[in-house]
Design a protein around this ligand. Sequence first.
Ligand code: AMP
Length: 197
Amino acid sequence: MRLIFLGPPGAGKGTQAARIVAKHGIPQLSTGDMLRAAVAAGTPIGQKAKAVMDAGGLVSDEIVIGIVADRIEEPDAKKGFILDGFPRTLAQAEALDRMLESKGLKLDAVLELKVDQDKLVDRIVRRAEEARAAGQPVRKDDDPEVFKTRLEAYNRDTAVVAPYYAKRGQLTAIDGMQPIDGVSDAIASALSVAAQG
Ligand code: AMP
């Protein structure tokens, strides 16, 4: 199963993707996680990406597309994957199409978590508080001001990605404002429909 999770930062993509990993045994390919790992390891990609990420902007298409192209070649991605945080621009969506086409692969579903953007800043503040309370590191870009910049980047560059898949009849919208379990149930229904189609 090959899936894409779309939705603004803080919509719950990571949480829901982790549940699908547990249920379906396919890896979650989060470009944000991969970039954070590159920053932590101080690789050349990490060094290039750090300032942009800290400011809440988008890392260049070239870098991100390269990371994903390498990652889907890994053995664990052969049986499928969930893309979380990618594609974030039309150029990335088109590049993904080319990657899949060259391997003769197709997407099974593109799920868009729809949320009320006015509520997202509260959510992100809570996410930072929960991480802090659990003794986990708090993401630098979960600062409310940086978060607003991330949301702007989403509305400017990423909001066009969902219509790209909708035009091809591949998009399913999920109400992401329900409690977490309700969102998971809606996703499970969408996936069973996709599996039949
Ligand atoms: P995320 O964990 O998905 O919220 O991503 C954290 C940050 O990593 C983003 O704010 C961007 O700076 C960068 N990033 C992650 N995925 C992408 C992508 N597909 N394209 C560009 N930048 C990305």
